[in-house]
Design a protein around this ligand. Structure first.
Ligand SMILES: NC(=O)c1ccc[n+]([C@@H]2O[C@H](COP(=O)([O-])OP(=O)(O)OC[C@H]3O[C@@H](n4cnc5c(N)ncnc54)[C@H](O)[C@@H]3O)[C@@H](O)[C@H]2O)c1
Ligand SMILES: [Zn+2]
Length: 405
């Protein structure tokens, strides 16, 4: 038996934010990030709609990118004092993920962060509040997923919380909210979405329900991302839907080691000013992981289908795998994303000498590899890397080396 879980309602299309008018409840806490939704008027519109619905609101603002355990614990305290029956998170993956974790702590004040991280081990939520997620980036799809990524900055590790309990009740996917998305964010979150779709399609947990969603997302992201990056608003709207379809796929089919590696390298070099942005990490690692996974015959066949949906040709699946790798590298070039950590510079742009010094990388490599193997996303990857292989993979993404194992 398998389970396929999605939000009860997904409102999508231009103007769908307005659906907040029809929300039923008394008190809503609204969680936002750094302030882009304040500046562009989205927060004001949301608050006005909620007022129309007769719902009292309280704001939790300033949720940082890659939210910390402290942010989660502090936000939960605010929720406990206010007592909302609705939690509304508006933003990119960071505020929505933080709000999901706050929700768990609000429902179960005694739960520890370690307990939250037990994979598919959460107690039943919705005793106190329902959850509405409104995405303002086109990538993480956290508005429809069973995941929340929280960073423990003391350990320098990102931890995924995974449970269908935190799949939101309502998702709002309104393309108006991504119209002014900065170009760099379009690139990063778009490559994140493509990684979600490809990893979900080759995941060992793939199924007949997730496959069509993943393939459709692969096709659309491949066709529209560069256009959206270059300012085409129609393409931008298509990307917003495609990333959500990818989310529906991977929330159920899970992911693979591109994400394990991204989670465990993302905050590992923060002390060198080299926070490796999630989408950029995925974009750099995906071609290497495809080369590694394609040694598995079932995965190779599936990559052949991925190539078909990307409109790439090849005489056989080996050639198609090579065609995908070449195409992904071309996309990274178009999107101004480097191919490897040693070329990862300021603002994630390619540079001759990246932020992470070689000796620091090599010194931390064994620990990062160990953590990546233990990541919740590793279990559904087509191949299970041992310590030696994971170290080799990480070296390949540091030096941009070919995969021959
Ligand atoms: N829960 C999941 O299923 C899932 C999946 C993938 C990634 N993630 C996590 O999500 C986080 C990344 O999320 P993200 O990529 O959406 O970015 P983000 O939420 O970290 O936001 C990045 C920046 O973009 C700004 N921003 C957001 N929307 C904007 C808009 N419309 N216009 C202008 N600026 C805007 C924010 O203020 C912030 O400065 C990472 O922590 C990652 O690990 C979660
Ligand atoms: Zn991701």
């Amino acid at each position: 038996m398998a389970r396929f879980t999605l939000p009860r309602d997904i409102y999508h299309g231009k103007g769908s934010l307005e659906e907040l008018k029809n929300l039923k409840g008394k008190k809503a806490v609204i969680c936002i990030g750094g302030g882009s939704v304040k500046r562009n008027g989205v927060l004001q519109r949301a608050e006005d709609y909620l007022k129309e619905a007769g719902i009292e609101t309280k704001l939790i603002e300033g949720i940082e990118a890659d939210p910390s355990v402290d942010t989660v614990m502090n936000g939960a305290k605010v929720m406990e004092e206010f007592g909302p029956d609705i939690i509304i998170a508006i933003g990119g993956g960071s505020p929505i993920d933080a709000a999901k974790a706050m929700w768990i702590k609000y429902e179960y004040p005694d739960i520890t962060f370690e307990e939250m991280c037990e994979v598919f081990g959460l107690p039943e939520l919705r005793k106190k509040a329902r959850f509405v997620a409104i995405s303002t980036t086109s990538g993480t799809a956290t508005e429809v997923t069973a995941f929340s990524i929280i960073t423990d900055y003391e350990k320098g590790i990102k931890y995924p919380i995974a449970d269908f309990e935190i799949t939101p009740d309502i998702a709002i996917v309104d393309p108006d909210l991504v119209a002014t998305l900065p170009q760099k964010l379009v690139a990063h979150t778009g490559m994140d979405a493509l990684t979600h779709a490809i990893e979900a399609y080759v995941s060992t947990a793939n199924c007949a329900y997730s496959d069509p969603l993943a393939l459709s997302a692969i096709h659309t992201v491949h066709n529209e991302l560069i256009k959206s990056y270059n300012g085409d608003q129609e393409a931008r709207a298509k990307m917003h839907d495609a990333q959500c379809l990818a989310g529906m796929a991977f929330s159920n089919a899970l992911l693979g080691i591109v994400h394990s590696m991204a989670h465990k390298t993302g905050a590992a070099f923060d002390d060198y000013g080299a926070h490796i942005i999630h989408g950029a990490a995925n974009a750099m690692y995906l071609p290497k992981v495809i080369a590694y996974n394609a040694k598995d015959p079932v995965a190779k066949k599936r990559y052949g289908v991925v190539a078909d949906y990307m409109g790439l040709t090849g005489a056989n699946d080996d050639e198609k795998v090579q065609a995908i790798i070449k195409e992904l590298r071309r996309m990274n070039d178009e999107l101004n994303i480097p191919h490897s950590i040693n070329k990862y510079g300021k603002d994630s742009y390619p540079t001759e000498e990246g932020f992470v010094p070689e000796e620091v990388f090599l010194e931390r490599l064994p620990e990062i590899a160990k953590n990546a193997i233990a990541d919740a996303c590793t279990g559904s990857n087509p191949r299970q890397p041992n310590q030696e292989e994971m170290e080799k993979l990480l070296k390949a993404v540091y030096y941009d080396k070919e995969i021959d194992f």
